[in-house]
Write a protein that binds this ligand. Structure first.
Ligand SMILES: [Zn+2]
Length: 547
């Protein structure tokens, strides 16, 4: 109920802050809806041929079918009737963003009642993949070889017994249409590998056997146009984490950045050799098992469009594919830019020194997050003293430290590439300042996640090394020489914990190093009070793209 009032107050505020009635569909009016900033998902598609654009239009239509299926997976009623019952335009938009009446960024708490579904306050834990009245024990006792498949829904038959139904049967109408659209798109594809992938993917949707199409997707990386479609991630099923939800991304490659990354990945062995750390901590060959490229996303449909938006893709999820061909990592540059503009810049305006605020820069942000990914492949995967893999030795503390490693080593690599003249167009000081400003974004909701903890480790380490100063008004200024020294020291420290598998030492460091101090908390409170967007939502589709 509190939530509902807040939302009502919020939309009243949104309306009153604008000039007018609903007729002027104004930017201000729907700029931020309950924490989501509006972003138009456009891209310059002029470099593509008419045939390519026609193919993209087919792919958009196939993606819309994933949207339709995902609504059925997420919401246990009729989508149209539900949305039409909501009079307030912003509330309706918010329900669309959440694919139902539950706030995905607030623990799925209900923000309104569903008309005609009395008493259903909480989001079903297993979404709509299981019968609403099914108990865990019943499922566990049930013997069925397909019950835990990623690609079946569970329903009751006429006698009330559980049955597993394949997606391609349960969503037959949508799946057949989507597969036919993929075949039509494949006939227009100029890249042979991509055409093969689309054909195999159509077949996969019809059979729910995705393996061959996943392999083909890895091989299709040369295509300038890319498309992810199907049941992909299991997060929507909070009951068992078995069922994959349908989604789709349509993407176009950033040729310039992709070429740069190909060049840098060839430099990884050298960068590893030159790390200023104990030689035993860098004795492994850096991993090159995943392929990193840069894209602009031009369509998010289904699961990936619900609630918070992802800014990177690492697929496929099938471990059999990892063993045969590795994975592909796609950095989603325009989505990162949108979050940078709508979230990081407003945060910087609140906490950064005015002079350094000007140096918080998107290109640097993008370099930092991209080299974060590259840096995951550097350092060591195994301890040097017989304690097994780093992951096994450091247990639950592993993830946060690995994220901190990737942040800090990524930053260091950018500095090295600037020093070697391999990067140009900017100023590495801006990379450090942009990185520092980003810490506030990562810990603004507390340090609970691996990324949040990683950022707090960095923040407190930097503080102890005088890498920044804070004025009485809570404005931060990076002291660049100290920050650069601290970066190197922190990198050496992290690699030591990893290579030595020093679990007890790390536990102790993390207990102290992830604490959010009083001053920082006060600054985070100022950020919270400023009502800065928590995430983004997209205005998107064929029309927006001009297809
Ligand atoms: Zn990472």
């Amino acid at each position: 109920m509190k939530k509902l009032l807040f939302l009502a107050a919020m939309s009243a505020f949104l309306f009153s802050s604008c000039c007018c009635n609903k007729k002027c569909k104004i930017k201000n009016d729907d700029e931020v809806i309950n924490g989501y900033a509006r972003v138009e998902l456009t891209a310059d598609l002029s470099r593509f041929s008419d045939t390519d654009r026609k193919m993209m239009a087919y792919l958009c239509d196939a993606a819309e079918l994933m949207e339709k299926i995902f609504w059925k997976e997420a919401f246990p009623g009729d989508r149209e009737a539900f949305l039409n019952s909501i009079e307030d335009e912003n509330l309706r938009k918010f329900a669309e963003i959440n694919y139902g009446p539950w706030d995905r960024l607030d623990g799925n708490r209900a923000f309104m009642k569903i008309p005609g579904m009395n008493g259903l306050d909480d989001k079903p834990v297993g979404a709509c993949f299981y019968p609403a009245d099914m108990k865990m024990g019943e499922f566990e006792a049930w013997k069925d070889e397909n019950k835990a498949s990623h690609y079946t829904v569970i329903r009751r038959d006429e006698n009330g017994a559980l049955q597993a139904i394949w997606y391609h049967d349960f969503f037959k109408e949508e799946i057949e249409q989507a597969a036919a659209l993929l075949d039509s798109a494949a006939a227009l594809a100029s890249d042979a590998g991509f055409a093969k992938y689309l054909r195999l993917r159509a077949q996969a949707l019809r059979t729910d056997d995705y393996f061959e199409s996943d392999l083909a997707w890895i091989d299709a990386k040369t295509s300038d146009i890319d498309f992810v479609i199907g049941p992909i991630e299991d997060y929507e099923d909070d009951l068992f984490g078995y069922k994959s939800a349908h989604e789709s991304f349509l993407l176009v490659k950033d040729p310039e950045w992709s070429a740069k990354l190909a060049k840098f990945s060839a430099m990884l062995p050298m960068l590893q050799r030159e790390l200023p750390v104990d030689p035993r901590y860098k004795s492994e060959m850096p991993g090159t098992d995943s392929d990193l490229n840069v894209y602009d996303v031009i369509l998010y449909r289904g699961d990936c469009n619900a609630g918070g938006k992802t800014i990177a893709i690492n697929l496929p999820n099938d471990e059999r594919v990892h063993i045969q061909k590795g994975t592909r990592k796609l950095q989603l540059k325009n989505a990162m830019k949108a979050k940078f503009d709508k979230i990081l810049i407003p945060i910087s305006d609140i906490v950064m020194d005015p002079e350094q605020r000007e140096m918080v820069d998107f290109n640097c942000f993008f370099e930092n997050v991209t080299f974060h990914e590259v840096a995951h492949g550097l350092g060591v995967k195994n301890t040097i003293n017989g304690k097994g893999t780093v992951r096994a030795a450091l247990k639950e503390a592993y993830s946060a430290l690995e994220e901190a490693k990737a942040d800090i080593m990524g930053l260091y690599m950018v500095e090295q590439l600037y020093a070697k003249g391999e990067m140009s167009g900017s100023d590495v000081d801006k990379n450090y300042i942009t990185f520092f400003a980003g810490i506030f974004r990562s810990v603004r909701f507390g340090a609970a996640s691996a990324h949040g903890n990683a950022n707090m480790l960095c923040f407190n380490f930097m503080k102890a090394h005088d890498a920044f100063t804070r004025t009485e008004d809570g404005l931060y200024k990076v002291n660049l020489p100290q920050m650069k020294e601290a970066t190197k020291a922190l990198m050496a420290e992290i690699l030591r914990y990893q290579a030595e598998g020093d679990y007890d030492g790390l536990r102790k460091w993390m207990a102290e190093g992830t604490v959010i101090g009083e001053e920082l908390q006060a600054d985070l409170n100022r950020i919270a009070d400023a009502n800065i967007a928590k995430d983004i939502y997209f205005v998107q589709g064929k029309e927006v793209l001009g297809l």
